[in-house]
Structures are given as structure tokens and as C-alpha cells.
Design a protein around this ligand. Structure first.
Ligand code: SF4
Length: 612
């Protein structure tokens, strides 16, 4: 069956209406089913349907009872299980480890996702259908595929493959893998024989590992070792980090007490034609009609377009290198234009394209001449100074111009962040154009910090480049009827950052009169370089010690970034006193906080800062 339904079925009633007796595949997800390509379950479901398989979805099941898991029956080929678009622990808790009261991926924002959703759902399905293959995937499974530090339990956990009774794990973007698995199972291969698929990982019996261990496999320090020894943890992290390239990456093994986790090399990047095909599938861009309440996560993306995948920025705090990788995969302009044209036919569309981007908006169409043959460099970070990197933004300019010309489109915004260092080396007029047409009042940029050793630890461009960008942006504001502002994102509490560094950042914010409502306090999410540093106190690539702010120091760092907030007064004073900078307490613009506590009286606070 290849005809795609308006919505993928969620119930046996919909299954019967489609004339399906048994689904080939059932996907279980912690998200509401939103039929939009930025929701992983919808995208994988549509791709499988396109490949000729029938797919049903079990969305946000009640995991206490069996009812929700059995409602669609038993699939012919396999269950595909994910926590949803985000890791369930990231989703269910704030960075301060308080349980969130809402879930934007759920109708009405009502939380319905269990903690460690992938493990919970997999256990339930395995109990009920012990003979049916289970494939896990999505961000949670992907970024927990090796032994990893878990912030929520403050300990090293085993690979999710050692904790959940899954037959295979798909990591990265999973379209190629999931279709190959479905085709091979449909042709009669057994799940245990599918051990050669790129972009998958699986558990191997320890005895088998010792008898069949092949040459060329990278063996990481095992779970027991990395859980006890931070140097081993850092070494293991660096080893698997280096192998996450689809062209040069090798197979990796990590022994666990009851299994050996084997990760095959990552899936090869999708071609432009393949990506176009995936995004051309008939997503309705709406939540399933059975929901009576809106799904908040749909609103900011309903009329957004993914132009590309991958990011060669490799920021330390982002695990994208382990998921989408550094090689940019771009869609064709024609396919993006088709998608936006389809949006204009929807009754809810008001003429506003909310975003055209990817992990970094201005990497669309950028490429390195070595990627195809050699992959991304192992020991070198991609930067605008590399002669092999094509940094011309001409292709993006042309795309955005064409999107603006589509009848029914009033405005095309760039909502994803841009790499300002790339925009500075571009000579095709990108920044001018986005200021003229694609930014409302604020342009989001992410310098993340301004102190050299901190930006180096984060693998971000330094302050000089950000300053140059600010100057260029200001130049572009001249003569504008309505001026625009930069909305910079900074991170507090990142490994490598001291209270002194945060004081310097606060001074920078003061001197440049920057708006910093959006405070990001570093959260050690699974499998980023920064998380490895947070846990071990070591740079995983050099094994040099890194200062890691924790406890009160982390709170002080966060408060310093929002020193203007009267609620932070006590912590800001504590921080300034700790590093001997009480000279920054006083009345006037040159001080960070007033000498006397003015409470939350905004007028008094403002007045105290205007005194000379
Ligand atoms: S040659 Fe340059 S742009 Fe290409 S992968 Fe290496 S560092 Fe990145």
C-alpha cells in the first residue's frame, strides 16, 4: 500500500476505515501525533508508508496498563519506539531538576510522558509482545547509546541498549535505517541477523563478542570502567566522538556487564533528491483531529521549513555532532518553494513563514570540498578560515528572494540562529538582506560568552568576531525607519567558566546595553562534549583539567548574567564579594547593582543607574 492517508491512524477505527487488518509497523511515541515534518514520528511514519508499509501510531500511551499498547494489535514486522522529539528527562525537568508542570508536545500542555520513556515503553511492549522485534530511536535513544553521564541521577548510566529490551537502536536521523530494517524483515530476514546496517547499534552476547571480535573495531573502555574512573570516561567519550562521521567513522564496541554494545558507522548523508522526497510527503501540518486541545509545540513550527540538516559548528554544549553530524545536507530550492506554496493553501496560513532554517540558519548550501571523499576532519574544527569551506551565502539569498515572491507570502522570517562568523566572511550581501527582509525587531545571535578561554571551551568564535559583527549590524541600522536590535544568547555555568569570567560578561552586557532576558544556565544533557567535561572535570580531547561550576557557584554565575533583576541581588553581591569586585556595587551607570537594596521598585532602580 503506498497511498498515504490524510493522517496516520491512531485507532482501530481508523485502521478499519483504511481496510488494514494488521499494521506492518506500529510506532510508539511520547509526543502527541502532529502530522508535521519536524515531528519525528510523523516523518518516520510517512517515510515508511511511502516505502510501501502500513503504519499505526500509539501516541502518549498510559504505561501503567496494557490497554493503550494493545489497541492497534500486533504489528507484522516491528514496533518502533521513541520518547518523542526530546529526551524525556530534559522534557520533564527544569535545569534545576524541578519537575515541569507542562509538556508542550502534549494536547493542552498536560504532561503524559513517563520519565525515561523509551525504557518504560520498551519494557511494556516486550512484556505484551515478547516475540515481536523492537527498534528504538529518536533523540533519547540516539544520545544514550553508549554509557553516559545522567544529570538527573548524577551518575553514569549504561547504554540504553543494556537497560531496554530492544533488538536494534537507530541513531541519528533514521529514514534510511528504518526503511532498510522494514524491507529486510519483510523479505524474511530475522531481526538478529540485521547487524550490518549503518546508523544502528545493537547488543551482542559477551561470549559471542569474545569469539567473533573482528579487526578494525574500536573498543571503548567498558561501562564498569567508565563508571568508576573519570579519565576512562573522558577517553571513551573522545574515542566515540571521533568516529561519528559517516565517511570515515568505524564500528565501535563498548562492553557492559551483560552485553556488548556495538555501534555501526553512522548512516550516509541523504542526497538532495532523497531529502526533497522526504519533505515532499503529504504532511497535513496539523495535530491529529482527535485532539480537542491544541498542542503548544506545533504553533512555533507550523509554518516553518527545514532547509537543511547538519551543523559544522560543533559547539561543545550541543550533541548534534552525535546525531545529525557535521556534514550539511541541503534540500533543493524547488522543494522548499513547493512546501511553502502548499502552506499558502492552508486556511490557518496568514502569510507568515515563521522560519527557514536548520540547526544553524545560514549553513544552507554551504559545503566543504573534502566531505564527500574524506568526511569532516577528525582533528580540526570547521571554521570560515578553512580554505576548503565554501562560505558564499548566494544560494540562501536566492532561495529567500524566491520565497518572498510566492503569492500569499507576506513575510519570511529567519527564526533559527545564525552563525555570525560565517555571515562576516560572506560577500554576497546576506546580512544586509536578512536585516531588510527577514528579521522583525530582534536578530537572535549566540556568542554564548565573551571571555576567550570560555568561548574556546565552548568551541565558539571569540569576542573580537562578535564585536565586529555588532559593528556591522549597527552600520546596517543607519537610515532604517525602524531600528532592529541584537538578541544575544549567553550561557552561565558552563565548564571552564569562573565567577570572574561571569563578572566580566556582566560588565560587557552593561557596557553594550544588551538585553539578556533569555538566560541559559548550562544543563548537562546526554552526550555533549560539555557534559563530558561537567562530569569528569577534564577536556576529553586533551585530558587537561577544566573548572566546573556547581552548586552555589553555578547559581551565582546565573544571577550575574541577570544582575539587573532585584531578585538576584543577594547572589550578585556574594559573587562580587567572592572575587573582590565590590567596586561594582554603587549608584550609577558604572555599577552593576545599587549600594542599598531598592527592592523591586523599578523606578528607583532605574534612577539609581542614571546617577553619575
Ligand atoms: S577541510 Fe575545513 S571545512 Fe572541511 S571538514 Fe576539514 S575543517 Fe571542516
Amino acid at each position: 500500500m503506498t497511498h498515504q492517508p490524510g493522517f496516520l491512524p491512531l485507532s482501530d477505527i481508523e485502521r478499519n476505515k483504511l481496510g488494514i487488518r494488521q499494521f506492518d509497523i506500529i510506532l510508539v511515541t511520547g509526543d502527541a501525533y502532529v502530522d508535521h515534518p519536524s515531528f519525528g514520528t510523523a516523518l518516520i511514519g510517512r517515510v515508511l508508508w511511502d516505502a510501501g508499509f502500513t503504519v499505526g501510531i500509539i501516541s502518549q500511551p498510559d504505561w501503567i496498563t496494557a490497554t493503550d499498547f494493545t489497541v492497534l494489535g500486533k504489528p507484522r514486522l516491528f514496533f518502533g519506539i521513541s520518547s518523542g522529539n526530546v529526551d524525556s528527562m530534559v522534557n520533564n525537568f527544569t535545569p534545576n531538576l524541578k519537575r515541569r508542570s507542562d509538556d508542550v508536545y502534549s494536547p493542552g500542555g498536560i504532561p503524559k510522558r513517563p520519565d525515561r520513556a523509551t525504557i518504560v515503553y520498551t519494557n511494556r511492549v516486550h512484556e505484551l509482545f515478547p516475540d515481536t522485534p523492537i527498534i528504538i530511536g529518536g533523540i533519547e535513544a540516539s544520545l544514550r547509546r553508549f554509557s553516559h553521564y545522567d544529570y538527573w541521577q548524577n551518575r553514569v548510566r549504561q547504554s540504553i541498549l543494556a537497560d531496554a529490551p530492544a533488538d536494534l537502536l537507530i541513531f541519528g536521523m533514521g529514514e534510511r535505517q528504518v526503511v532498510e530494517i522494514a524491507r529486510r524483515l519483510a523479505s524474511g530476514e530475522t531481526i538478529s541477523s540485521l547487524r550490518d546496517i549503518r546508523g544502528t547499534a545493537f547488543g551482542m552476547e559477551i561470549t559471542e563478542w569474545f569469539s567473533k571480535r573482528a579487526e578494525g573495531i574500536i573498543e571503548l573502555p567498558g561501562f564498569t570502567e567508565v563508571a568508576q574512573d573519570k579519565i576512562s570516561y573522558a577517553r571513551a567519550f573522545a574515542l566515540h566522538y571521533y568516529e561519528q562521521d559517516p565517511v570515515r567513522g568505524r564500528t565501535i564496541a563498548q562492553p557492559h556487564p551483560k552485553t556488548v554494545v556495538i555501534q555501526n558507522p553512522p548512516a550516509l548523508p541523504l542526497s538532495t533528491e532523497e531529502l526533497d522526497h522526504i519533505y515532499d510527503l503529504p504532511y497535513s501540518r496539523r495535530a491529529h483531529p482527535s485532539y480537542t486541545e491544541r498542542v503548544p509545540a506545533l504553533e512555533p513550527v507550523q509554518f516553518s521549513v527545514t532547509s537543511h540538516r547538519g551543523c559544522f559548528g560543533a559547539c561543545s554544549f550541543c550533541a548534534l555532532t552525535h546525531h545529525q553530524g557535521r556534514i550539511i545536507q541541503s534540500r533543493s530550492k524547488a522543494s522548499i518553494i513547493r512546501e511553502v506554496t502548499k502552506m499558502t493553501l492552508m486556511s490557518e496560513f496568514k502569510g507568515i513563514v515563521q522560519d527557514v532554517g536548520g540547526p544553524t540558519a545560514n549553513m544552507y548550501c554551504l559545503s566543504c570540498s573534502l566531505w564527500e571523499k574524506y568526511g569532516a576532519c577528525r582533528d580540526k574544527h570547521c571554521s570560515p578560515s578553512c580554505k576548503n569551506l565554501n562560505t558564499s551565502h548566494y544560494c540562501q539569498i536566492d532561495l529567500l528572494k524566491k520565497l518572498r515572491e510566492i503569492p500569499g507570502v507576506k513575510k519570511v522570517f529567519i527564526g533559527s540562529g545564525i552563525r555570525y562568523d560565517l555571515s562576516l566572511v560572506d560577500d554576497s550581501g546576506y546580512l544586509e538582506m536578512i536585516c531588510d527582509h527577514h528579521v522583525s525587531g530582534h536578530l537572535k545571535v549566540a556568542p554564548e560568552h565573551v571571555i576567550k578561554k570560555v568561548t574556546e571551551t565552548m568551541n565558539k568564535p571569540g569576542r573580537e568576531i562578535f564585536d565586529r559583527f555588532c559593528e556591522r549590524f549597527e552600520t546596517l541600522q543607519q537610515g532604517k525607519k525602524k531600528r532592529q536590535y541584537l538578541l544575544p544568547y549567553f550561557i552561565s555555568g558552563h565548564p571552564g567558566c569562573s565567577i570572574n569570567d561571569m563578572v566580566e560578561l556582566a560588565i560587557y552586557i552593561r557596557d553594550h546595553q544588551l538585553y539578556t532576558e533569555q538566560v541559559q544556565d548550562f544543563t548537562p544533557t546526554p552526550m555533549s562534549v560539555s557534559t563530558s567535561m561537567y562530569y569528569t572535570g577534564l577536556n576529553p580531547f586533551t585530558l587537561e583539567p577544566v573548572h566546573v561550576p556547581k552548586g552555589v557557584e553555578k547559581k551565582i554565575q546565573r544571577a550575574l548574567m541577570q544582575y539587573r533583576d532585584p531578585d538576584n541581588r543577594r547572589l550578585v553581591i556574594e559573587g562580587l564579594t567572592t572575587v573582590g569586585r565590590t567596586d561594582l556595587i554603587g549608584n550609577g551607570r558604572q555599577f552593576l547593582i545599587p549600594a542599598i537594596d531598592l527592592g523591586t521598585n523599578k523606578y528607583a532602580l532605574k534612577h539609581s543607574r542614571t546617577k553619575k
